[in-house]
Design a binder for this molecule. Structure first.
Ligand code: CU
Length: 364
């Protein structure tokens, strides 16, 4: 069949929006009609070349849609089911999945742009097009492994809950699952865009005490306050480490979350914690990034860790967050600044880089 997709052929060039051929789903694969896909910074790392990736590739990994066809042997999902994409699949059988760490699933060891048989389902003029993170959400239709879709309730608006498929769970999960922030704890959040606002919102939900937002853009700090920040620090005009330490009132925060993805912000996040504190890296860094930290920080029992896709159980965390949204306990609509057609996806990335939007959503 035919689909319309946004394809990255060359780094530092705009995405090409074009009609492509979509092959039938193979065994244990499903064909999904996407309804919406959020505009996330991770795709931009491929467009800029900061993160090298085999090209050409259909981008997009924050998608929601409806299952249209299933291949032989598919049992976990049926035609007509509403699904969110799972950019980290979980097979349910490997040691990680059985051991309670499905975001570490062994399927991550396979090439993340191919189906499990080592081929793709997209063609253009005889050329094979890769599937970004085995999702390819910037397309009207896509084929995915059944492990890459998460069934969700049918009354949830797909053009809103698509955000849970990456930014929302990636931002909120580290608070719930990785740091397990207890009530009253002090929290600092580096980076208050479409992911960090979820970290702030989750910290508020669990009853954190001080929630200190750090960014270089005043607009993002204003959004942070709307989502629950109790204090804001503009790192463009003040020393963020000294300010966070001062606001904490105890030499540093209990937990620092880093959602920017640079050496400087990771180091600042660690330095902003007090002895015994924890810093969690969520931001995606350009390839080759290294950090430099005095080991004495760790002798003082600080912990530096990271989080993938919420560090919990994606197949239950995604429906749980959607339930919270549907019952009015979690803000999602407020994260969406713009809804755009696929033809405007390059403009949506320009807006993201300028800091004009929390999240844009591409609608099909
Ligand atoms: Cu993402």
């Amino acid at each position: 069949m035919r689909a319309t997709a946004a394809v990255l052929y060359e780094v530092k060039k705009p995405l090409v929006i074009e009609e492509v051929e979509l092959l039938d789903p193979g065994p244990h694969e499903v064909q999904v009609r996407w309804v919406a896909n959020g505009v996330c910074h991770s795709d931009y790392h491929l467009m800029s070349g900061d993160v090298p990736h085999p090209l050409p590739v259909v981008l997009g990994h924050e998608a929601a849609g409806v299952v249209e066809r299933i291949g032989p042997g598919v049992e976990s999902v049926a035609v007509g089911d509403h699904v969110c994409s799972s950019y980290i699949p979980s097979c349910g059988k490997c040691g990680y999945c059985i051991g309670g760490q499905p975001t570490m699933c062994a399927l991550r060891d396979k090439p993340r742009w191919l189906m499990l048989d080592g081929t793709t389902r997209f063609r253009k003029n005889g050329t094979s097009l890769n599937h970004y993170l085995q999702v390819a959400g910037f397309a009207t239709h896509s084929v995915l492994m059944e492990e890459s879709v998460i069934p969700i309730r049918k009354d949830a608006p797909l053009d809103v809950v698509c955000l849970v498929s990456c930014g929302v769970l990636a931002g909120a999960g580290p608070v719930f699952n990785r740091a397990k922030v207890p009530p009253g704890a002090s929290v600092a959040v580096w980076g208050c865009g479409g992911v960090g606002l979820n970290t702030i919102q989750a910290a508020k939900l669990v009853g954190a005490g001080k929630i200190i937002a750090v960014d270089v853009m005043p607009q993002k700090l204003a959004w942070a306050e709307e989502f629950g920040a109790t204090h804001v620090v503009n790192a463009a005009t003040e020393d963020p480490v000294a300010r966070v330490q001062a606001i904490s009132g105890s030499g540093g925060v209990d937990f620092a979350f880093e959602l920017v993805g640079t050496q400087a912000t990771i180091e600042q996040a660690v330095l902003s914690t007090h002895r015994g504190g924890t810093a969690v890296v969520v931001g995606v860094c350009p390839a080759g990034t290294k950090v430099s930290l005095d080991p004495a920080l760790f002798l003082q029992q600080r912990v530096l860790t990271g989080s993938s896709f919420g560090a919990g159980h994606q197949r239950t965390d995604v429906p749980m967050l959607i339930d919270m949204f549907m019952s009015g306990k979690y803000k999602l609509e407020e994260l969406i600044s713009r809804r755009v057609p696929l033809g405007d996806v390059n403009l949506a990335y320009d807006a993201l880089l300028k800091g004009e939007v929390k999240r844009s959503v591409v609608l099909y």
